[in-house]
Write a protein that binds this ligand. Sequence first.
Ligand code: ZN
Length: 136
Amino acid sequence: MSSNRDLHEPLILVGYWLGPYAPGWPDPHDFVDPSWDAFERQQMVYYLKRGMTARAFMGLSECRFCRQRVGALEFSDGVYIWPEGLAHYVSEHDVRLPAVFVDHAAGMTESLEARSVDRSWWATQSGLEPTDRPVP
Ligand SMILES: [Zn+2]
């Protein structure tokens, strides 16, 4: 579990692919695995789509398989950072991501589901405080 990583540690990049303007990245064709468990794959797609938006870029990324424009954002979970379009590769082209990242995502989801919830603070809220209101 890596959820206690220091906030100043670099985010680990995942999901950038080799392309005409992107030399040096892994080739997504080497990650294709149509036999990947459908449930695990769908869980990965959900996880990738619900990251926090970390950065936005001017240009749209183009899918290396089908040329579809797949987004210009980067999402993060605080440990990893990935392009918005990565979910498309997993859901549409059978791209299977490395087990260490899949396990991390599953662990993050499970730990959130298992956490207790403190409802007391919200239950005491009664509306805006005078200092929260805009000055007329
Ligand atoms: Zn595609």
